[in-house]
Ligand binder design. Sequence first.
Ligand SMILES: *Cc1c(COP(=O)(O)O)cnc(C)c1O
Length: 376
Amino acid sequence: MQPLPYGRQSIDDSDIEAVTAVLRGDWLTTGPAVTRFEQDLAAWTGAPTVAVTSGTAALHVAYAAAGIGPGDEVVTSPLTFVATAATASQLGAAVVFADVTADTANLDPAAAAAAVTDRTRVVSAVDYAGHPADLGDLRSVAHDASALLLEDASHSIGSRWRDRPVGSVADLTTFSFYPTKNLTTTEGGALSALDPRLLDRAARFRNHGLVREKDRQRSPDEGGWHQEVHELGLNYRLPDVLCALGSSQLRRLATFKERRAQIVARYRAGLENVDGLILPTRRADVDPIWHLFAVQVLAGRRRALYDHLRDRGIGVQVNFVPVYWHPAYADMGYRRGQCPVAEEFYRRQLSLPLFADLREDQVDRVIGEVRQFFGA
Ligand SMILES: *Cc1c(COP(=O)(O)O)cnc(C)c1O
């Protein structure tokens, strides 16, 4: 039988045509398709947005725009991909892990409030599985500490929180367009910011920090060629070829969201009465795009179910090993046990296949194998 991945891209002829049109044109990078993609993104995020080369680059740019460095602290969830923390660590900040809530696996505002200090510069929430974090309370926690709220929305472009699009609520919001995510530009990412000064700093960082505007330069009379670097940056520019793919994928995002919701509903109906499984919760004030269908397997049977499904060609995944369990963080002195709710969630967690092109017979096959495992 065909092995089934846990996630994969959906590329159709419209996507391919969008890419080949740019390949035939004049601009492969820093051209009009970048501007168009950023405008298309802003229509979804509800805030000015810049494109970058990955979700990791978006996080790095966001922390750089927030100005964090040695002596600063960033409070975040351990239940995330390592990049949410690693990019802050790369800039020399100390990462402080705060626990999650048991229902959504998102950063717990009470735990975050207990973790902030007068050195906290950023509180980073993660919209786990596509379900927006507790943004209202987390924003208060961050702002009461004179810190910024960053939302790692790698899973949640297209989600809404209290009827507002993800991207328009936190001070900084980052997105990933890796192939398994809700839409793809192959590699790619983006960052939204509410404060135009933060957005300007971010946009500059992704292009070496270059200042081309004469009225902002220290030596504007140097000559027509002159450009200056005031703050060091990097090259995180997403090329036109990939931005064109992004714009094309955004035209399909509403359909992706609907399709993901249908698959999640089918999983729920097929698995709701299985003893030994907890299905994902959805809070009343959010309208999520489901990136993951993250179940919890009780009675210590997660590994057995993972092996059972993998042996049958079903590509399940575990999201995520707590970040401070990684040897890089253990070597910095982080100890296991510090976020018990996140660790318990990790021990039970399993992501079933979920992507827009997943067919109903494939969903039913997964349901059937899970039920067989539990003798249900
Ligand atoms: C995928 C992901 C990232 C990193 O995005 P890339 O585009 O792979 O660099 C960061 N945070 C979370 C929560 C992710 O799932």
